[in-house]
Design a protein around this ligand. Structure first.
Ligand SMILES: Nc1ncnc2c1ncn2[C@@H]1O[C@H](COP(=O)(O)OP(=O)(O)OP(=O)(O)O)[C@@H](O)[C@H]1O
Length: 363
């Protein structure tokens, strides 16, 4: 059996744009493709789906080679086991939700079905919509049906191209938990194109940053977000995603404690109760982290973490710097003024205290 993972190499030339990527991505979990408009994210998905005539090309998905220009192999789109959902799911308007779902499902031989109708309906929470026609669905419901339909073709790869972009904030909030469930409960790898840092922070395991048709960076989410050499991509949203396990819950103050990986340190977060041991991801924005050389006492800031300074870079505004820290190996970024940096005489290897307000941690 050939190696796990997704290997994608494509060179695509349009008159005014060239896509040139060489990626090795994990064969499971969610990979976010992130970058400015026109940077080539959709073009890459189209190449992977076999919808573009790329020049040099190679594509292997968990052991199956779908494309290899060297041996003139190009499996046609309809024979690639993939699901593709766009900004607005294109459902058959004259068919009920149930019939829409059955359409993809019936095309797959029974022995090859890996997701049952019941499972897809349950995962996306659309049991109450089955007899409706698509024009009687909200935008968020349509997307959920579109994703369920894609899953029912038992794909080996799911391509989601800004599936939430057409939805308002409230609808986005409603659909994100379903996407998280897909991530937790299905084995199918997902390539997820998004403009929204918050979606990426919640859903992705791996992050690919695009710029002008090229890959600027590709790596595990937490590490990649904490890199100091990617200023343009991260801008004002610079921050890290910290994933920990719930180690305590204080019901009087509605505060969760999250134990950091490979550490005795915890991060306290304002949150509804969760079972002990459950994994939870939090986004900690660089602008919400402050630094102190001495251990501060009598502060309203609940999170006080012993950290080591790893490096720094300018942070957009000339007055600011972005400092990379580590807490027992977990990266953290702090955005502080250059003035404070000089007052604290910050330098790599220095031990200090990082303070994070519990209310600023986004979970
Ligand atoms: N068929 C085509 N012919 C010529 N140029 C094209 C074609 N399709 C896309 N392009 C160009 O390729 C570039 C990349 O487009 P692409 O849709 O891949 O970007 P994107 O990162 O997905 O952008 P967005 O986030 O806005 O969807 C753009 O400059 C676009 O104009």
């Amino acid at each position: 059996m050939a190696a796990e993972g997704i290997e994608a190499r494509f060179r695509l030339d349009y008159p005014q744009f060239a896509l040139d990527v060489d990626l090795l991505l994990p064969g499971r979990g969610v990979t976010a493709l992130y970058g400015p408009s026109g940077s080539g994210k959709t073009s890459l998905l189209r190449c992977i789906a076999g919808l573009e005539r790329a020049g040099r090309s190679y594509l292997r998905v968990n052991g199956e080679v779908w494309q290899d220009s060297a041996s003139r192999l190009c499996v046609p789109t309809h024979r690639r086991a993939l699901g593709y959902v766009f900004q607005e799911a294109s459902l058959f308007a004259h068919l009920s939700v149930r019939r829409n779902l059955e359409f993809g499902y019936r095309r797959i031989a029974a022995a090859q079905r890996r997701v049952s109708l019941e499972q897809a309906v349950e995962l996306l929470g659309i049991g109450h919509l089955l007899e409706r026609l698509p024009d009687r669905l909200s935008g968020g419901e349509r997307q959920r049906v579109g994703i369920a339909r894609a899953l029912l073709t038992s794909p080996r790869l799911l391509l989601l191209d800004e599936p939430l972009a057409a939805l308002d904030l409230k609808r986005k909030g409603e659909i994100l938990p379903y996407l998280e469930r897909l991530h937790d409960e299905l084995e199918i790898p997902v390539l997820y194109v998004s403009h929204a840092p918050d979606e990426v922070a919640r859903l992705a395991d791996h992050l690919v940053l695009f710029e002008e048709g090229r890959v600027l960076a590709s790596g595990p989410l937490g590490e990649t977000l904490a890199r100091l050499d990617l200023p343009t991509a991260l801008g004002d949203d610079a921050g890290v995603v910290v994933e920990g396990r719930v180690s305590a819950f204080d019901p009087i103050y509605d505060l969760l404690s999250l134990k950091l990986p490979a550490s005795e340190q915890t991060l306290r977060v304002a949150h509804a109760p969760l079972a002990l041991g459950r994994r939870l991801r939090c986004k900690v924005q660089a602008r919400d982290v402050s630094l102190s050389l001495q251990r501060p006492g009598h502060s309203s800031i609940l999170n006080l973490l012993p950290a080591t300074v790893c490096g720094e870079m300018p942070a957009g505004s000339g007055a600011h710097v972005l400092v990379r820290l580590e807490v027992d190996g977990t990266p953290l970024l702090a955005r502080i003024t250059r003035y404070s940096r000089d007052q604290l005489n910050l330098h790599p290897g220095q031990q200090l205290w990082a303070q994070v307000k519990a209310v600023a941690v986004l979970a």
